[in-house]
Design a protein around this ligand. Structure first.
Ligand code: BT5
Length: 329
């Protein structure tokens, strides 16, 4: 990163930490070790990028608003990760970020590559379903990974992404985000995010995996159709104010990065334990709809392969690996 961009990034950091208070030109100049004229030039640059910064001669500068546009420099200056996001690609409109990331995987794309779009024409859900992806308000992100474990362990990656998403939402908004098995993130029992993991593998070896996540950030209630599988919300609807997409995105990628490190160094249990803590499905009575069969029981635990252990009788449990569940209360 260039020196100018680094200083821009640090100025924005200081503004964000000052939580809307004025920061004097002198403070910025001392902290950046540049002249006050240089500070002014950086502020002008940021204004041209869409930052709304007011200034008064006596008090200094105050950040009023950030541009609501996903950009590589903005992400690079915010994100603190080791592997994930080393390379970031941002598109205005794509069919599906997962599709692009899978194509990049086939072409030898790097471990940790992140593909983002402002909108998707054919956002994919599980089982051929559609992910509604309006422009400029939400996050549609796919991460390419090349983990060195076998395909039957792949569902831990969806668990890892769920943990990262719930943690990032709670950290940036204070909302109580919970995981619903297998791939939903809920706020106030409404779906705010979904994850779709796709992979290219041989019998014993994963070639590459793509973790795709959609997070409803600033979407309005009216833009969510009423006929969804389950009630849905966005962070803005639940919080009552607009949310900075970059903050949520970077918190998610950072959490994913550190959980991926944990997974590689400490094994699957490190993820499973966190998943259990964040899951709202366990110990609840649930209904599971399987092809040709509907079962009811209590969701007891998760297996290391991501299967949900359902107790259906005193002596009888069943492990389900795919399907949709509803919580009976
Ligand atoms: C999912 O599927 O929840 C996985 C969604 C993954 C989307 C991301 S976006 C980036 C990446 N690129 C892609 O192409 N996909 C991934 P599933 O559990 O099958 O849920 C899909 C169902 O949720 C739909 O059938 C709708 O009922 C509902 N739905 C669709 N869009 C929604 C939205 N924006 N918010 C809440 N619910 C939605």
């Amino acid at each position: 990163m260039k020196q100018t961009e680094r200083i821009d990034g640090r100025i924005i950091d200081i503004f964000k930490k000052s939580k809307g208070e004025f920061v004097s030109g002198q403070t910025l100049s001392n902290m950046m070790k540049v002249t006050r004229t240089a500070v002014w030039k950086h502020i002008e640059r940021l204004r041209r990028e869409g930052y709304i910064i007011v200034s008064t001669p006596s008090k200094g500068y105050r950040l009023i608003d950030v541009p609501d546009r996903l950009s590589v420099p903005e992400i690079k200056r915010t994100i603190k990760t080791r592997l994930i996001g080393e390379e970031v690609l941002i598109f205005d409109e794509v069919d599906s970020t997962n599709q692009i990331a899978m194509e990049m995987g086939a072409k030898g794309g790097e471990d940790g590559l992140v593909v983002i779009a402002e909108s998707q024409l054919h956002g994919k859900g599980r089982l051929g379903r559609t992910w509604i992806s309006p422009k400029g308000v939400n996050l549609y992100v796919s991460v390419l990974l090349r983990p060195e474990f076998s395909p039957h362990q792949a569902s831990v990656l969806t668990m890892m992404a769920s943990v990262a998403a719930a943690a990032a939402i709670s950290k940036t908004t204070g909302l109580d985000a919970k995981i619903k098995w297998p791939n939903d993130i809920l706020v106030e029992q409404k779906k705010v995010s979904g994850i779709l993991t796709e992979m290219n593998a041989e019998e014993e070896k994963i070639n590459y995996v793509v973790i795709g996540i959609g997070i409803n950030v600033n979407m309005k209630k009216e833009d969510l159709p009423g006929n969804l599988r389950m009630p849905a919300t966005s962070l803005m609807e639940s919080l009552g104010r607009r949310v900075d997409r970059i903050e949520v995105l970077c918190a998610f990628l950072e959490s994913l990065d550190s959980n991926y490190e944990d997974l590689k160094n400490r094994g699957i249990m490190s993820i499973v334990q966190k998943w259990r803590m964040l899951c709202s499905t366990l110990n609840k009575r649930i209904k599971v709809v399987l092809p040709g069969e509907v079962i009811e029981g209590v969701a007891e635990d998760i297996t290391l392969e991501g299967g949900l252990v359902v107790r259906i009788g005193e002596e009888l449990t069943k492990v389900i690996y795919a399907g949709d569940i509803s919580v009976l209360g």
